[in-house]
Design a binder for this molecule. Structure first.
Ligand code: ZN
Ligand code: ZN
Ligand code: ZN
Length: 167
């Protein structure tokens, strides 16, 4: 399977997708980076590290899309993150709970969860718009501490906000 970059058999509408050889995530054709793990999909394309000019990036942070090199990237469970520890921490210790159209909605959810004792954080892609080489379908995401995921889901349902749940 490793060499099988083309994933036309996935049958997604609107053309071909490219399967990442590392994480098997399906990416839009001609994607420079894998949305699933952050690694560069087109090794012949040289992208400069955002932190170290003149150094070739090995991938992008899966949270913010920032191009990073081997020296300033962090890999956790096969996914690449930038030097902002909040990004790798959020992904390792937090679970994506909901996706929202804007920060006001996310704020309401974060505040309500906090009032009920669930630690939540929001992540807005727009703050990193300059880095986003992959289109981000969810402008604002709410993350909760992994241990509280079930509790948070229940709270959102109680608040009639379950339509925003990621899954
Ligand atoms: Zn991947
Ligand atoms: Zn980042
Ligand atoms: Zn670097």
């Amino acid at each position: 399977m490793a060499g099988d970059l083309r994933a036309g058999e996935s049958g997604r509408e609107g053309g071909t997708s490219v399967k990442c050889p590392r994480c098997l995530n399906s990416n839009a054709e001609a994607s420079l980076f894998c949305r699933g793990c952050g690694y560069l999909l087109l090794p012949n394309e040289e992208v400069e590290c955002e932190n170290h000019s003149g150094t070739v990036a090995v991938g992008v942070c899966v949270m913010c899309g920032k191009p990073v090199c081997g020296d300033c990237s962090v890999t956790r469970e096969g996914k690449m993150y930038c030097d902002d520890v909040a990004h790798s921490q959020m992904a390792a210790d937090f679970t994506k709970l909901a996706t929202l159209a804007n920060e006001f909605e996310a704020d309401i959810i974060v505040k309500n969860l906090s009032l009920n004792g669930v630690t939540a954080r929001q992540f807005a892609a727009k703050h990193y718009a300059q880095f986003f080489s992959f289109a981000n379908a969810s402008p604002v995401s709410v993350f909760v501490n992994g241990k509280s995921t079930e509790e948070a889901k229940r709270l959102l349902k109680d608040m009639d906000l379950e339509e925003f749940l990621t899954y």
